[in-house]
Design a protein around this ligand. Structure first.
Ligand code: NAP
Length: 494
C-alpha cells in the first residue's frame, strides 16, 4: 500500500484543497513508489501564510534561547535517526549512502550551531555623539519566510533555512522540491517532536509553478529564501519586487579546478573525481571544469580518465557503488543533450557520453561518468551548468590564463587550485571571482560555520551558513535612548 502524505498547516496534517496528489519515485528504480504528496496550489498557500502570520504574533516574542532549545532538540533527533534518514534519502534522491549520511550530518551540525546562536544573536552598541544618549543596533525577525528548496541536498538545505529562521523568531512556509518531498516531511515531523508550536513551520508540497509561484506572489510573505537554478531565481526576484519582498537567492554554478604544473597530480586527480562525479555531479559546487597547465595536461588527463573508468554505477544503497542515478528523466535527457552539444561544438568525448541501460540500471536514470577533452573556453559545455556527471578538461598556458578561463562564465560559486607554490595560491585567491575558493582541495567540502554563496548569477549578495545567514533572517533595528531630559539635536549641537 502506498502512503498518501499531507501538508502541515497551522499544526494540522491536511490534504491539498483540490484533493490532487503527485508521486514520489526512486530515481534508481522508477517502479519503487515512495508515496503520494499533495499537489498544492494558491488556496493551500493562502492557508499556510495565514497560519504563519498568526503564529508570528507570539513566536517573535518567545525568548530566543528558548526557541534555540527546540532547535537543539531537533539536532538530537536528527542524530538519533541519522542512519534511517540517510537510507530513506538514498531511496528518494539517489546519492550514495556515505554522502546521504553526510547530508544528514550537515543538518545536525547546523542545528547545534544555530542552537548556540539563540544565546548570541549579537547586536552592536556604539557610542553616541551627544551626551546622555545611548545607541544600540539589535536584530529583529523579518516575519514570514518562504523557504523554497531544491532536491540535491534534501535535508541539509532545508536545515540551512528553517533552523536560523526559527531561532531568529520568524515563522515559515516551506515548499520543498517536488522530487524530494519525503525528506521534507521527515524533517517537519522532527521539528514537531522537538516541540515547535503550531504554525511556526508550515509545509506545503507541490510544483514550483503552482505552489512555489503562489508563495512568492503572496503579499503576506516578507522574505523568500530560495536555493535552486539561476533561471528560477531570476523569476523569483522579478515577482518578489512587485511586493517589495526581501529575497535571498542561492543559485547555479560552473565551478572549476585549476591544476598547475607544480601540483601533486595524484591529489588533483582525486579532487577532480570527487568534485566531478560525487553526487553524480549534481552539487551546486560540482567541479564541471578542470583547467590544466599545458605542461601536465597529457599526464593529468590520462590519469583522470583511467581513474574515472573504474567508477561503478548503481544503487546508492550498495556499498560498491561510486556513482548513483541522476534525479529524473528530464535531467537525464538534459545531460545527454549537453553531450551532443559538446560533440557538435568539436569537443572530444574521452569517456562515457551515454545513458547507461545495462541490467538493473535500465530501471533508473543512470548516466555514465563523462569526460570531454579538447574543450574551448567559449563552448557551451564549458560555460553552462549541466548538473550531471560531465566534466570538461581545458588547457591553460599559465596561471593568468587559467584564472581568465575560470572567470569566463556567468556563475561564481566555488573554485579550487592545486599548486605547491604559495605565491600562485594567493594570486588565485585574489583573482578568481567566486564566493568560495579551495587550495589543494576540490570544489566541494563547505562547512556550515562559514558563509556560503556566490557572485554574478550564483547569488544576489547574501550568504547562507555561519553568522552571515543571520543577516538574511533578521532586520536591523537601531534604538536611541536619550536620558538628558532636554531636546538634543544630532549634527547640530556641536
Ligand atoms: P529549480 O528547478 O530552480 O527548483 C528549486 C525549487 O524552486 C524547487 O522547489 C522548485 O519546485 C521551485 N520552483 C520552480 N519554479 C518556481 C517558481 N516559478 N516559483 C517558485 N518556486 C519555483 O532547481 P532544482 O533543479 O531543484 O535544483 C538544481 C539547481 O539548484 C542547480 O542550478 C544548482 O546549482 C542549484 N543549487 C544551488 C545551491 C547553492 O547554494 N548555490 C545549492 C544547491 C543547488 P519544483 O521542485 O516543483 O520544480
Amino acid at each position: 500500500m502506498t502512503t498518501t502524505y499531507r501538508n502541515y498547516i497551522g499544526g494540522e496534517w491536511v490534504e491539498a484543497a483540490s484533493g490532487r496528489t503527485f508521486e514520489d519515485l526512486n530515481p534508481a528504480n522508477k517502479e519503487d513508489l515512495l508515496g503520494r504528496f499533495p499537489r498544492s496550489d494558491a488556496a493551500d498557500v493562502d492557508r499556510a501564510v495565514e497560519a504563519a502570520r498568526e503564529a508570528f504574533k507570539s513566536w517573535r516574542l518567545y525568548p530566543a534561547p528558548r526557541r534555540a532549545e527546540i532547535v537543539f532538540r531537533a539536532g538530537e533527533l536528527l542524530l538519533k535517526r541519522k542512519e534511517e534518514l540517510a537510507r530513506l534519502m538514498v531511496r528518494e534522491m539517489g546519492k550514495v549512502l556515505k554522502e546521504a549520511r553526510g547530508d544528514v550530518q550537515e543538518g545536525i551540525d547546523t542545528a547545534y550551531y544555530m542552537a548556540g546562536e539563540g544565546r548570541r544573536l549579537f547586536g552592536h552598541h556604539v557610542p553616541c555623539e551627544l551626551p546622555s544618549k545611548f545607541g544600540v543596533a539589535m536584530r529583529v525577525p523579518v516575519g514570514v519566510v518562504a523557504a523554497i528548496t531544491p532536491w540535491n541536498f534534501p535535508l541539509a538545505i532545508p536545515t540551512w533555512k528553517l533552523l536560523p529562521a526559527i531561532v531568529c523568531g520568524n515563522t515559515v512556509v516551506f515548499k520543498p522540491a517536488e522530487d524530494t518531498p519525503l525528506m521534507a516531511h521527515a524533517f517537519v515531523e522532527i521539528l514537531i517532536e522537538a516541540g515547535l508550536p503550531p504554525g511556526v513551520v508550515n509545509l506545503v508540497h507541490g510544483y514550483g509553478e503552482e505552489a512555489g509561484a503562489a508563495l512568492v506572489r503572496h503579499p503576506g510573505v516578507n522574505l523568500v529564501s530560495f536555493t535552486g537554478s539561476s533561471e528560477t531565481g531570476r523569476e523569483i526576484a522579478r515577482v518578489s519586487a512587485e511586493t517589495y519582498k526581501k529575497v535571498s537567492l542561492e543559485m547555479g554554478g560552473k565551478n572549476a579546478i585549476l591544476v598547475m604544473d607544480d601540483a601533486a597530480l595524484d591529489l588533483a586527480v582525486e579532487g577532480a573525481i570527487w568534485g566531478g562525479f560525487g553526487t553524480s555531479g549534481q552539487r551546486c559546487t560540482a567541479a564541471s571544469r578542470v583547467i590544466v597547465h599545458d605542461a601536465v595536461l597529457k599526464g593529468f588527463t590520462q590519469a583522470f580518465v583511467d581513474r574515472a573508468k573504474g567508477l561503478r554505477l548503481g544503487s546508492g544503497l550498495e556499498e560498491t557503488t561510486d556513482v548513483g542515478p541522476v534525479i529524473n528523466e528530464t535531467q537525464l535527457r538534459r545531460i545527454h543533450e549537453y553531450t551532443e552539444i559538446g560533440r557538435k561544438e568539436g569537443a572530444r568525448v574521452l569517456l562515457g557520453g551515454e545513458i547507461a541501460t545495462e541490467g538493473e540500471l535500465r530501471r533508473g536514470f543512470f548516466y555514465r561518468p563523462t569526460i570531454f577533452g579538447e574543450v574551448d573556453p567559449g563552448m557551451r559545455i564549458a560555460r553552462e551548468e549541466i548538473f550531471g556527471p560531465s566534466v570538461s578538461v581545458l588547457r591553460a598556458r599559465s596561471l593568468e590564463e587559467a584564472v581568465e578561463i575560470c572567470n569566463n562564465t556567468n556563475y561564481g560559486l566555488s573554485s579550487a587550485i592545486y599548486t605547491r607554490d604559495i605565491d600562485r595560491a594567493f594570486r588565485a585567491i585574489q583573482d578568481i571571482a567566486t564566493g568560495v575558493t579551495y587550495v589543494n582541495a576540490s570544489t566541494i567540502g563547505a562547512e556550515i560555520q562559514f558563509p556560503f554563496g556566490g557572485v554574478r548569477q550564483t547569488g544576489n549578495g547574501h550568504r547562507e551558513g555561519g553568522w552571515t545567514v543571520l543577516d538574511i533572517m533578521t532586520e536591523w533595528k537601531t534604538v536611541y535612548i536619550d536620558y538628558s531630559g532636554r531636546l538634543q539635536k544630532a549634527q547640530i549641537d556641536v
